[in-house]
Design a protein around this ligand. Structure first.
Ligand code: G3I
Length: 553
């Protein structure tokens, strides 16, 4: 087997590789360490004369302390990024990221040169925001994905560091690492570094992804037809790829718009600011982002879970301020209740008028319970007060068409302490008759106890609630046999869920949070049913087997 070896120079850079001629770089090679790397496009180079195969590339690295300028950092979206003096920074300088209008506005670092490599990323941040996230964006076949690499809990006057690793798919394009946070506060970055883990793989172009034929796969929606709906989270981009559409149609009868129905996708800041009087009691809303996915669901006879009306994340801060000015005062309770009611009414009414009967349920409130106990002190909590969840359900019941099911949705909702907090929070709403169901997000991993999960599920059901598993994905550590370990977990999980349902627990829908691993928000944990090329994983086989076994018993 012929393997092309490239000579790589270890040089600090901006995440970009340089193609050099070996002879021209002699003086540099004398002072730097060299390594050999394997070219990935092996088949394309075997015919090349040896002399043409000797290419020198720089192993990309990002290593910024911002003492001499921005380095590779650029503002993302409307945000600006520039170096400033900062007494808290280790060397007196930091990158200031400001003028953030949306939560995803932050700072970008081009990461194209790391394609096909595992990277180790570290960063040090401070901010009035409670947490800063480093994420990676890339596209596979035109579908953009946004994957969290690590999150750092932050405070305003002290730097906190974090790190994470991520294996960038070889077929990824438009690869960018970025810094973001849920609130719009300025972010200060003292240092940011990205290093290749292991040998560097030089992939100047994205490798072609050839999808496998999925037409012979058993259909999950058929296998589970008598028990519950089988759903998938989608994005707008995905629906441009025929192979994705084919698999979605064959496997699922329910869809959740993974991002498009969220407040940051619907709210129109420009229109709102242009006519403050008109929009004072409800910001302007545009629905162009949701139509493609809703049309797809409608054309293919699927139902839609509406996700989500009231949430702390992917909800721009400006809606919480008087005159929508984040530099001004927070709006008072009365005004925020009006905005909340008008927003809920506008969204559920638009869905009903334009796609009658399509959106069968809404996640009215998402993630209101705090990880540390009690309620999350979000801007909804701060402006309206602790009854904001109850009010949201009241408004949703008032304005949603009859028969639309109303859900509370949260992660880690199987954990004993969090479950107690959630139940405390929703008990008055159950008493009001304004809630129909509990959405257990179910971002799990193979260490989570299935019996603990099922006990929690039954406890919610005992409150008279319908149960939806709303965002199922099951992360696994990359170790020998990881695919089988994950497959067995999926099998066991689905088998227990089916048994519970057949024993009278009212589980009516199970949704996986994405189609294939490379498009998952947790791509690093390979948590879904299909490989990047849509090959069925043991995870898929486990879900199939659970239904077959329970049906045969
Ligand atoms: O929205 C902007 C888009 O307008 C802009 O063009 C683009 C710039 O390149 O950035 C986009 O923002 C990204 C957004 O996804 C896409 O809408 C954000 O940076 C990114 O952080 C965001 O990630 C989403 C995440 O929620 C945010 O919390 C994931 O795709 C989405 O799958 C995930 O879903 C959540 C559920 O709603 C609730 N439960 C947890 C689950 C996972 O976090």
């Amino acid at each position: 087997m012929s393997i092309l070896l490239l000579c790589a120079l270890l040089l600090s850079g901006c995440g970009s590789t340089k193609d050099n001629n070996a002879a021209e770089t002699n003086s540099e090679t004398a002072s730097v360490e060299t390594v050999s790397v394997t070219a990935a496009a092996e088949s394309e180079v075997t015919e090349m004369p040896v002399s043409e195969q000797e290419t020198v590339v720089t192993v990309p690295e990002i290593n910024e302390d911002f003492t001499t300028g921005n380095g590779c950092a650029k503002g993302r979206g409307k945000a600006l990024a520039s170096v400033c003096d900062d007494e808290f920074a280790s060397d007196g300088k930091a990158l200031k990221i400001y003028h953030r209008i949306e939560s995803w506005n932050g700072a970008d670092f081009d990461a194209e040169a790391f394609r096909g490599n595992t990277i180790d990323v570290t960063g040090s941040f401070r901010s009035a925001a409670s947490a800063v996230r480093v994420s990676i964006q890339y596209s596979v076949y035109g579908s953009a994905c946004y994957v969290g690499v690590f999150t750092v809990n932050t405070s305003e006057d002290k730097y906190s560091s974090g790190s994470g690793s991520f294996a960038i798919p070889a077929n990824a394009e438009k690869i960018v690492l970025y810094i973001e946070s849920d609130s719009l506060d300025d972010i200060y970055c003292d240092s940011f570094s990205v290093k290749v883990s292991g040998d560097y793989r030089y992939l100047p172009e994205a490798q072609e992804l050839v999808f496998v034929d999925t037409s012979s796969y058993p259909s999950l929606k058929e296998l589970y037809r008598d028990d519950f709906l089988m759903g998938v989270a989608t994005t707008n981009d995905m629906l441009d790829t025929e192979d994705y559409c084919g698999l979605i149609k064959a496997q699922f009868n329910s869809m959740t718009l993974g991002n498009s129905f969220k407040p940051d996708s619907l709210l129109d800041r420009g229109a709102t600011l242009a006519d403050l009087d008109k929009y004072m009691e409800c910001p302007a809303i545009k629905f162009n982002n949701v139509k493609k996915e809703l049309d797809f669901a409608k054309e293919n006879g699927m139902t839609v879970r509406g996700h989500t009306l009231v949430w702390h994340s992917q909800t721009p801060d400006w809606i919480f301020y008087k005159d929508y000015d984040p530099n001004g005062e927070l709006a008072d309770r009365e005004l925020m209740l009006k905005r909340m009611e008008n927003y809920i009414a506008a969204v559920v009414t638009w869905a009903d008028e334009n796609y009658p009967g399509l959106v069968s349920c809404w996640d009215v409130v998402n993630e209101a319970a705090d990880d540390g106990g009690g309620m999350r002190k979000s801007l909804w909590y701060q402006t309206v007060g602790e009854d904001y969840v109850q009010r949201a359900f009241e408004y949703a019941r008032k304005h949603a068409p009859e028969g639309t099911k109303l859900f509370y949705n949260d992660y880690n909702s199987y954990q004993t302490k969090k479950q107690k907090d959630i139940i405390d929070m929703i008990t008055p709403i159950i008493a009001d008759g304004n809630i129909d169901g509990m959405g257990m997000q179910s971002h799990l991993n193979t260490d989570v106890s299935v019996s603990l999960y099922m006990a929690a599920l039954k406890r919610y059901a005992e409150l008279g609630l319908e149960i939806h598993v709303t965002e199922l994905d099951i992360g696994v550590k990359r170790a020998d046999g990881w695919k089988e370990t994950q497959g067995e977990y999926f099998r066991k999980f689905m088998e227990e869920l089916l048994k519970a349902e057949r024993n009278g627990v009212n589980v009516t829908s199970v949704t996986v949070w994405g189609l294939n691993d490379c498009l998952s928000w947790k791509a690093a944990d390979l948590p879904l049913l299909f490989d990047d090329d849509l090959s069925r994983k043991p995870a898929f086989d486990g879900v199939v087997q659970a239904a077959e076994d329970v049906n045969a018993a």
